[in-house]
Design a protein around this ligand. Structure first.
Ligand SMILES: NC(=O)c1ccc[n+]([C@@H]2O[C@H](COP(=O)([O-])OP(=O)(O)OC[C@H]3O[C@@H](n4cnc5c(N)ncnc54)[C@H](O)[C@@H]3O)[C@@H](O)[C@H]2O)c1
Ligand SMILES: [Zn+2]
Length: 355
């Protein structure tokens, strides 16, 4: 990304080299760590200590954990605290947490005094493998998720897989959904590797997790590097996210998580690819098998209202000139865009998710 390029460090070591990493890549003197209250109980003290040891003046600001913090009122509160701490243009923000904190703190960094440096220190697997890389920042609006935001690349991404030990199991699976997505769209060998190592991964084997995060970041970074602002290729990262987002809107009030909705969305998209003779049935079954191994849903528990899904898809921000661009697999490791799916196709795919 030319002068917006940044290193992605994947390590295991209680944040021991975080301070040096930040000194090397940011000229900041003061740092505000933005964190959620759950992550703070585990990692805020050690991270603060490492940065203070490095000579930074460190301030911390926590927000309530959860998607509800991705809103303008919380952003305003954070701006106030940055003023209180007299943060200057040359200072930096550290986003310590999952994707919610990464998106929120990144947006604050993108907009405060027209843009500060920030460092992503992802603590959820989803954030390590997906949201911390690529520079998409933003918050939600009552009319839609992630509708207010900006592209603002971090100066450094520092993933310490130490944090995964406290991550709830369902959240781990959600990160694995994005992992499977990356493998399906770009890297068949990685998919094979995930199949062979699924038990070790579910047990958080350190070597495997270091490898897994690293390989995901390579795939995502390569896609972002060719299309930073999503005018073309970056759209393949939306595999599973068209029907998935629609299901998330309908079922998140009942507790469905993003990765779980995406798991179902990938199953539906692979069924569509079978229907269009783009892949054989066995390929779709392999995908389902891997998702199941990662404790992800491949069928809906209650009967879905297809019309509601269709409606939610129409309102998706990825719809352009009324056309819905689907990403469908052409093999494990490859995919293409398909724009001529009919609502009957989509109906069929969504119904195929019924138990
Ligand atoms: N910017 C992007 O490119 C991009 C991509 C994908 C998703 N996202 C966004 O990311 C968000 C989802 O991210 P997420 O799944 O990380 O959600 P999250 O940040 O809400 O984290 C999930 C839960 O896990 C907890 N948690 C995180 N790390 C922990 C740890 N190490 N130990 C214990 N608990 C921990 C959090 O407190 C939270 O309760 C959504 O808002 C989504 O829109 C952004
Ligand atoms: Zn996603």
């Amino acid at each position: 990304l030319a002068d917006r390029s940044y290193p992605i460090i994947v390590t295991l070591g209680n944040y021991s080299s975080l301070g040096e990493g930040i000194s090397e890549h940011c000229g900041a003197r003061s740092i505000v760590i933005i964190c959620d209250d759950k992550v703070a109980t585990h990692y805020l003290d050690p991270v603060t200590a490492k940065l203070a040891e490095q000579g930074f003046q460190v301030f911390c600001q926590t927000v309530p954990a959860g998607e509800g913090s991705k809103k303008l009122a919380v952003v305003e509160g954070l701006y106030d605290s940055l003023f209180d701490h007299a943060l200057e243009r040359s200072d930096a923000i550290v986003a310590l947490g999952g994707g919610v904190i990464g998106d929120l703190a990144g947006f604050v960094a993108a907009t405060f005094k027209r843009g500060l440096d920030y460092v992503q220190v992802p603590t959820s697997l989803l954030a390590m493998v997906d949201s911390s890389v690529g520079g998409k920042t933003g918050i939600n609006h009552p009319r839609g998720k992630n509708m207010i935001g900006s592209f603002h690349q971090p100066r450094l991404v520092y993933s310490d897989i130490t944090a995964l030990s406290t991550l709830p199991a369902r959240e781990l699976s959600c990160g694995l959904a994005e992992t499977v997505k990356h493998a399906v769209i770009r890297d068949g060998q990685f998919f094979d590797w995930l199949e062979s190592n699924s038990d070790k991964i579910m047990n958080l084997d350190n070597e495997c997790m270091l490898d897994l995060v690293h390989r995901n970041c390579s795939i995502k970074a390569a896609v972002v590097a060719t299309d930073e602002r999503e005018s073309g290729l970056r759209g393949i990262l939306n595999f599973g996210h068209t029907i998935g987002h629609a299901l998330e809107i309908l079922y998140s009030p009942k507790g469905m998580l993003h990765g779980e909705a995406i798991s179902l969305g990938m199953v539906a998209a692979s069924r569509l690819a079978v229907r269009r003779n783009m892949i054989p049935d066995e390929t779709a079954s392999r995908l389902e098998g891997l998702l199941k191994a990662f404790n992800l849903p491949v069928r809906l528990e209650d009967e879905v209202v297809v019309e509601s899904v269709q409606e939610a898809i129409k309102n998706d921000k990825k719809v352009q000139a009324g056309k819905i661009k689907f990403v469908l697999p052409t093999a494990i490791g490859d995919c293409s865009f398909v724009e001529d799916l009919t609502s009957a196709d989509i109906q069929w795919a969504v119904e195929s998710l019924n138990g």
